[in-house]
Design a protein around this ligand. Structure first.
Ligand code: BEZ
Length: 399
């Protein structure tokens, strides 16, 4: 299904489900604050937080990293946020809105959480926006980059601790325009995030004089054999490639790019999701030389990052990823907001979110912009083999 039709369907699913829950009384009725009354925590002072991440499907490893980052923050803070014990209710986002939207609605209307954090897939985020806006319940998006969420469809109740698709890819455009020795082929997963990653890249790339050799969107979640697409890239005569894939698709794409003989001849660029964490470990040396833009690398040379990398590696038994950092920072943001808020209503919590200043994160210092999006530094990274392990070496900051 194309991004636009999937988006309309998601809105319909969300709207119908919200209406049905309120009509049948399965959901709580709206309280005097316009909220659903489920934001008052429990009488013992415990605060209930919903964590919605994919635990199944192509993005399951991303969901696990995000959850592990969130959990690390809790472990480092005695299981408390805002000084209160936390009951974390985790739900499976699955592969998109068909599973993610009902799971989020259950967290709000049945589990009666104070806020929901998580959401990896842009299509899920777009499908959830109206539900959270209408039920006046805070949603802290800890990954999904759908541009409109902090753009034309911004909501008082939706905040993002991660990135927007167009921005993370736009950061790379001028570098590729300067480095590529000819036209560039654009390829991405066929859904909202893929389209926006390409659009954001294309804008700054063409503005800097870059030329596009061809553009292709591959079926999301089902493409395992990239050979026909790699063949089209070769035929196009492109001198470099820009790609957006994440999770299992990123592993297949980068490995097949090497097997097909393109690596080394046709430089591969992308947003950092292409070579992140477990994905990079699975790609191994096939990823060496791939250059990406992202707001994090385990290789960032700061005391804050080193401390985080050590703590996460010890707890999780693997290196952290951008997803783990986003989960960790989301817990930190909730900690501050809950401590500052006058009550647990959605209104009180978003008021406190508005007052949050700079966040001292392993990714570097960042803050929310006026549209509730993360304002942060993007880095240029290159995969290099260090002591036999592929890592995302930081080459510098992107303007
Ligand atoms: C997204 O759907 O927005 C997304 C998923 C994985 C990595 C980056 C973005």
């Amino acid at each position: 299904m194309g991004a636009v039709s999937a988006f309309s369907l998601n809105r319909t699913i969300a709207g119908l489900a919200l209406g049905a829950l309120l009509l049948t009384g399965c959901g709580s009725s709206l309280d005097e604050n316009g909220g659903n009354g489920s934001g008052d925590g429990r009488s013992d002072g415990t605060v209930k937080i919903g964590l919605l991440v994919p635990l199944s499907g192509v993005y399951a490893p991303i969901g696990e990293d995000l959850r592990d980052g969130f959990q690390l923050y809790l472990d480092e803070h005695d299981g408390k946020l805002g000084g209160r014990d936390v009951e974390l209710v985790t739900a499976d986002e699955g592969e998109g809105p068909q599973t993610g939207v009902p799971a989020a609605q259950k967290l709000v209307t049945q589990d009666r959480v104070t806020a929901v954090a998580g959401v990896v897939n842009s299509a899920t985020a777009l499908g959830l926006r109206d539900f959270f806006d209408e039920s006046e319940k805070p949603l802290l998006i800890a990954n999904a980059g759908a541009d409109d969420i902090t753009g034309t469809r911004k909501s008082d109740y939706v905040w993002r601790t991660s990135f927007s698709n167009g921005k993370v890819s736009a950061a790379l455009g001028p570098t590729v325009a300067e480095e590529a020795e000819g036209s560039v082929y654009l390829i991405a997963a066929d859904y909202a995030a893929g389209k926006e990653m390409v659009a954001g890249f294309r804008k700054t790339f063409e503005a800097a004089g870059g030329k596009v050799a061809g553009e292709k969107y591959t079926p999301f979640g089902t493409t395992q054999d990239f050979q026909p697409y790699l063949s089209a890239i070769r035929k196009s005569g492109a001198k470099a490639v820009f790609a957006f894939y994440a999770g299992a698709e990123a592993v297949s794409f980068v490995k097949q790019y090497k097997q097909f003989g393109l690596a080394g001849r046709t430089p591969l660029y992308g947003t950092g999701f292409l070579t992140e964490g477990g994905v990079l470990a699975a790609q191994g040396t096939a990823a060496v030389g791939v250059k990406t833009s992202l707001h994090y690398s385990t290789q960032l040379d700061s005391a804050r990052n080193k401390e985080f990398v050590d703590a996460y590696t010890e707890k999780a038994g693997k290196s952290p990823t951008v997803y783990a950092v986003q989960g960790y920072d989301t817990a930190g943001v909730l900690d501050t907001a809950l401590a500052e808020a006058s009550g647990d209503s959605g209104k009180a919590l978003v008021e406190a979110l508005r007052g949050i200043g700079s966040i001292n994160s392993p990714r570097g210092t960042w803050k929310f912009d006026a549209d509730h999006n993360a304002e942060q530094t993007y880095y240029l990274r290159e995969v290099r083999a260090e002591a036999g392990t592929a890592v995302n070496t930081v080459l510098g900051e992107l303007g």
